[in-house]
Design a protein around this ligand. Structure first.
Ligand code: TRP
Ligand code: ZN
Length: 861
């Protein structure tokens, strides 16, 4: 149990460590109930700490849930009395200068349900140390600015014993690993299990051969090929694009079934949620393949952005995460389609980060205080952190960006550093002053950008006004630098001014374009050049014009998107009928064979119910989730009717011949085919979907068909067939659980979810299975927000149940409640009641406790 009175950690209180670590040796004797960990740590006073150099600083070691057996300093046993969070070695008991600290502790991996530290998953041992899990393995200065080379010995009967770095020695029942690259404890990893490897090799550009292994349980070997290919593509890409080569002789990836997050970049030993490694055409969808490619790349890219250069403290988390997300997004764009990838990334950003930023959990990309750091692995740190780097790149240009990154690697390799150092590198490499830009890191909230236009004597003027609403703890929001990419089109559809980046620095600022013969149509915020909300009063006709003519693919999609939102909003607030212009626009996109099918599929996708609730709230309405649901269903019917015969035609045209491959081109065709099927099913009573399900030879086709059938209240037989075929495959069954909850009618959502949780195969200690139902309830907006409060109660009951065992996952799932302030008084009351009930639960974890306090708006949060 963590300490009861939560402490707030503040960036302003940062102090360099009293001691540095020159080297670490760890010896593990593995046992489910009583693992022994022997450590030998060579400490040296930190030259940056005069008190330590003078022998006047205590050494504080972190340690939680450890049974201390012995502690020795320079060969002499010491009397050490750990408290709940660690062990203090008093200055007067320490030798002057360097010394060796040795300890032996006992831990119990089999009863570690939090999945943090050393734990067991299906008979295998594995670790998760980020952010502060190493302290559950042994006593250590568990902070990222203490970096050291590790030597690790593992004793166990299990056949495969892995740790970071390169293998140096092994015998029957033991193995020794050495990682020469100094690293913080959060990058430590150990795996032991009865595993098999899918093996390959990679030749680096300097000619070294690296052994690559993806370790999985027996039977899963044939699902690793795609991840291996993605790894090799990532390694090549980082050499070609960033000049970064891999730096060990071996790179291991392990797939683990019980994992709190997606994956972890431990040096030379990445550990993955098996969901993001294992894939075959029969078991994984096109989206799964794309996510696997992105996450493999993300973790691999951390080797340089995160591991070789790490964070000084956890406030700097975006230093590695924002940059690494930015890199994995660029990679995916290069591998697939930049236009499609950008649209998908903006969809995610708005759904998750804009939502977070608009509510009580809003925080800066670089937060300045936290209680539990695990709660700050957020869309803001990751996704907005990546957007901020995208803006930086736009402002300094591609060459400036490359020079800055080269300088970053040259100057900071081997260091634990800060956002200040990151920005300084850009200033030094490009000569640009980034003082104002820094606000993107320190100030929370999404700026709203209002636009006015004027045309006079051939001069077209755009005037922008930026405003950011107050966020928790930050009432004042000074103006930020906003790169606004703009292009101008002639009324005949030709582009008269190609994309130009306007740099807005004031609260209100005008930009003039001269020499225009006619009033142009502006295309503003091309490529979504800044993470802001654009507010521009315009006509449906102009949006339809841009949907048809814009040369910027993102804005072309965006015009259709805003049209759809307007149509839905007017249906909700005025009872209007779907605008014919919008329906015609959709039809034109569907028919336009010059457009990438993946792009057309995205253009056909309607804004989500949650997106509509967020948008309606932002424009002064109180959203009614039930009504939004009804209206959106009605719009789907109207679209289906309007598209008519185009649906079977597109459905037939997008059939992919030959065996399944997960590449972008066939996946794009399947996406458009699936979009057509969803509408078609509303008019053909399910004939096409039933046939597709029966004929499917891949998971994408199966799930599309099943989803379409459930959407019209059919699909019982298919659900049963799916279960019969996949009951022994947990990753596939997760989809089966999720789908039923997502597709449940609003009034049936909580009951459906409850029934699923009562099944024997609802293994709620497995985070994937837990999320497959709890996450799905939160994602079924009308079901979760059903006026009965059943959705809220369901989630709160489960959070209270999960929290004592897995606080991290409980805290993450609790964010479903963060949008409470959007809704009517009744729903607000119901949610606040559930939050109060959770808050009153005795022994609540620091993780969930902090989240609930912030969502309730407690003063000290
Ligand atoms: N650093 C990991 C990533 O972004 C994230 C991560 C994996 C994580 N497991 C975690 C963060 C557990 C917090 C806790 O790739
Ligand atoms: Zn990461």
């Amino acid at each position: 149990m963590k300490d009861a009175a939560p402490q707030t950690v503040r960036l302003a209180d940062y102090m360099p460590p009293s001691h540095l670590v020159e080297e670490v040796a760890l010896h593990f004797t593995l046992d489910p109930g009583a693992t022994r960990v022997r450590s030998a740590i060579r400490f040296v006073p930190n030259p940056a700490r005069a008190d330590a150099v003078a022998g006047q600083a205590d050494l504080r070691l972190d340690g939680e849930d450890l049974r201390l057996i012995s502690a020795v300093v320079d060969g002499v046993a010491i009397d050490a009395a750990p408290d709940a969070t660690g062990l203090t070695l008093p200055a007067d008991a320490l030798p002057r200068g360097a010394f060796l600290f040795e300890a032996e502790v006992e831990i119990a991996p089999a009863s570690n349900t939090a999945l943090e530290g050393l734990y067991m998953s299906k008979g295998m041992y594995c670790t998760q140390c980020e952010a502060e899990g190493f302290r559950k393995i042994t006593f250590y200065p568990d902070r990222p600015d203490v970096m050291a080379p590790f030597r690790v010995t593992i004793e166990s009967d299990l056949p495969v014993l892995l740790s970071n770095g390169d293998p140096v020695n092994a015998g029957p029942g033991w193995a020794e690993w050495e990682d020469p690259w100094p690293k913080p404890a959060y990058l430590f990893a150990l795996v032991a299990g009865d595993l098999v490897a899918h093996q390959d090799f990679f030749r680096t550009r300097s000619g070294r051969t690296v052994e690559l292994n993806i370790w999985v349980r027996k039977g899963d070997e044939d699902r690793c090929a795609y991840a291996m290919g993605a790894l090799k593509r990532s390694m090549t890409w980082d050499e070609d694009t960033y000049g970064r080569e891999y730096d060990l002789d071996i790179f291991n990836i392990v797939a683990v079934d019980d994992f709190n997050m997606g994956a972890m970049e431990n040096k030379g030993l990445n550990i993955f949620n098996s969901k993001y490694v294992l894939a075959s055409p029969e078991t994984a969808t096109d989206d799964d393949f794309a996510r696997i490619e992105a996450i493999i790349a993300h973790e691999y890219f951390h080797n340089w952005t995160g591991n070789r250069i790490t964070c000084r403290d956890w406030f700097q988390l975006c230093l590695k995460e924002g940059l690494t997300v930015f890199r994995d997004q660029s990679f995916s764009g290069d591998m697939r389609s930049h236009a499609v990838k950008r649209i998908e990334d903006v969809l995610t950003l708005r759904a998750r980060q804009f939502r977070e930023d608009a509510g009580p959990l809003s925080h800066p990309v670089r937060p300045s205080s936290y209680q539990e750091i695990n709660n700050f692995y957020t869309a803001t740190v990751y996704e907005k952190g990546a957007e901020v780097i995208g803006m930086l790149k736009r402002l300094v240009g591609d060459d400036g960006y490359r020079r800055a990154l080269d300088l970053y690697f040259e100057r900071h390799d081997g260091e634990a550093t800060t956002i200040e150092a990151w920005l300084k590198v850009f200033e030094d490499a490009t000569g640009r002053d980034l003082a104002q830009f820094k606000r993107w890191y320190t100030d929370a909230g999404t700026p709203h950008l209002r636009v006015e236009e004027d045309f006079n004597d051939g001069v077209y003027t755009l005037t922008f006004e930026q405003e950011t609403a107050p966020t928790p703890g930050q009432p004042e929001k000074p103006p930020r630098v906003i790169p606004i990419a703009v292009g101008l089109l002639n009324p005949n559809g030709d582009e008269v001014v190609p994309t130009r980046v306007l740099e807005m620095t004031e609260a209100r600022q005008s930009f003039a374009f001269e020499g225009l013969s006619a009033r142009p149509v502006p295309s503003i915020l091309r490529g979504f050049s800044a993470p802001v909300v654009l507010e521009r009063a315009t006509t449906a006709e102009e949006r339809a014009f841009l949907l048809a003519h814009d040369t910027d693919p993102f804005n072309r999609w965006e015009s259709g998107r805003s049209l759809a939102k307007e149509v839905l909003a007017r249906m909700v607030t005025e009872g209007a009928a779907p605008a014919p212009g919008y329906l015609d626009g959709i039809k034109a996109i569907l028919r336009d064979d010059s457009l990438d099918p993946a792009f057309r599929a995205l253009a056909l996708r309607l804004p989500s119910e949650d997106d509509m609730a967020q948008t309606l709230h932002a424009t002064g309405h109180v959203p009614d989730p039930a009504q939004i649901h009804r209206v959106r269903e009605a719009l789907k019917d109207a679209i289906a009717a309007h598209l008519g015969a185009d649906l079977p035609a597109t459905y037939a045209a997008m059939a992919v011949a030959g065996p399944y491959t997960p590449e972008a081109a066939p996946a794009g065709k399947r996406a458009l085919r699936g979009a057509a099927l969803a509408y078609l099913t509303r008019t053909d009573g399910g004939t096409a979907a039933t046939a597709q399900f029966a004929a499917a030879d891949n998971m994408t086709d199966s799930l599309q068909a099943l989803t379409a059938l459930l959407d019209i209240g059919r699909g019982e037989a298919e659900l049963a067939a799916f279960e019969a075929r996949w009951k022994d495959d947990p990753l596939v069954m997760d989809k089966w659980f999720t789908l039923q909850v997502i597709m449940a009618a609003p009034e049936a959502c909580a009951a459906t979810a409850t029934a699923l949780t009562e099944r024997a195969d609802f293994d709620w200690k497995n985070p994937n299975r837990l999320r497959s139902v709890l996450g799905a309830v939160a994602a079924n907006a009308a079901g979760f927000h059903h006026a009965s409060g059943a959705g809220y109660r369901f989630l709160a009951d489960w959070l209270i149940k999960v929290d004592p065992l897995n606080p991290q996952t409980a805290a993450r799932l609790s964010t479903a409640f963060d949008s409470w302030a959007r809704y009517d008084a009744d729903r607000q009351g119901l949610i606040r009641e559930e939050l109060a009930r959770i808050a009153a639960t005795p022994g609540l974890s620091r993780d969930l406790g902090e989240m609930v306090a912030r969502m309730r708006g407690a003063d000290d949060a």
